[in-house]
Design a protein around this ligand. Structure first.
Ligand code: AMP
Length: 299
């Protein structure tokens, strides 16, 4: 058994979410939280992030149970990052209602010596300057998986292109890929990105699955059918966490895509982290077996 170490950077948030299934406030969320929970079903990541003095002991315990250590989790006087989102009736579109940076505004990540030599680093969605900062503190050359969002393409594209250059895998959704590449079709956009640095591009298509694209091989994966989607928040981050856990275990890219999709399928079944927190290993395996049959090599 391979015991690779994983360093995870991302947001830790208190979310307010509105979907056709209801509205919930102060839910534990954030890209790092979802990714950590998905990862922790297989391997516990080292986490780097920040929360405010309003972060409850219960939420801290959830992170403590999911992570290898919380040495680089800063707790500072002030408010935890807060984000509000509202989904369309179908759940396919999302509007950001508010983003309150709170303690994130003055966040300077600091890696302790214990966490500076990860085999894998998952730079989950957060500003590219923080991603670069943490990457530059690593003393070795970890395998880099990068996730991002449209906001950073809008306001920090140059920094983002610089992190992309340093990444091995870029995770992105379809509209973000087109926005980033400024191309009109997928093939041109994907081949551009592969020239910028990453050897693998993973494009997330939400309820339609995902595509893994590289010069060696490309394939698509479907989704678990007929799930009731209560809250899509964190699906991408859970996908990333599942994917990274499989890669760190030395599994194939196909197995990694399967695991990512399975973890995302749990995430969307309930508000916040609830469904992913309660996902049983046996049920994860059942979903992975199903997803194996949805892989297609003609993209
Ligand atoms: P996803 O649904 O995978 O895009 O991720 C949703 C999570 O991203 C939520 O829990 C939010 O707290 C978090 N989030 C929203 N906006 C940002 C941002 N600008 N930077 C970092 N995390 C964010």
């Amino acid at each position: 058994m391979n015991h690779s170490s994983i360093l995870l950077l991302g947001s830790i948030a208190l979310d307010t979410i509105e979907t056709s299934h209801g509205k919930h406030e102060h839910l534990l969320g954030g890209s790092a939280t979802y990714a950590a929970l998905a990862l922790s079903k297989f391997l516990k990541p080292k986490i780097v992030g920040i929360v405010g003095s309003d972060f409850s002991k219960g939420n801290l315990k959830i992170l403590e149970d999911s992570c290898d250590n919380l040495q680089d989790l800063q707790i500072r006087e002030g408010s935890t990052f807060r984000w509000g989102g509202k989904y369309s009736e179908s759940g396919d579109e999302r509007e950001t209602l508010f983003t309150d940076l709170g303690v994130f505004e003055n966040f300077t990540p600091h890696l302790s010596s214990f966490n500076k030599n990860p085999d894998y680093i998952f730079l989950a969605n957060i500003s590219p300057d923080l991603q670069l900062n943490v990457l530059s503190q690593c003393e070795n050359k970890p395998f880099v998986i990068l996730d991002t969002m449209n906001l950073w393409i809008d306001i920090a594209k140059n920094d983002l292109l610089y992190v992309i250059k340093k990444s091995d895998i870029l995770l992105i959704n379809e509209s973000e890929l087109m926005q980033l590449s400024e191309k009109r079709n997928f093939a041109e956009a994907a081949s551009d990105v592969l020239k910028w640095g990453p050897r693998t591009l993973i494009v997330k298509y939400g309820s339609k699955g995902a595509v893994c694209y590289s010069n060696e091989k490309s394939f698509s994966i479907g989704v678990i059918q007929d799930l009731v989607v209560k809250d899509p928040t964190g699906a991408g981050d859970s996908f990333g966490g599942g994917l990274v856990s499989a890669l760190a275990e030395g599994l194939s890219m196909e197995q990694a895509m399967i695991r990512g999709t399975a973890m995302a399928s749990f995430c969307i079944e309930n508000f916040g982290i609830n469904a992913i927190l309660n996902a049983e290993k046996s049920e994860i395996e059942t979903r992975c077996s199903y997803l194996l049959n949805t892989i297609k090599y003609k993209v």
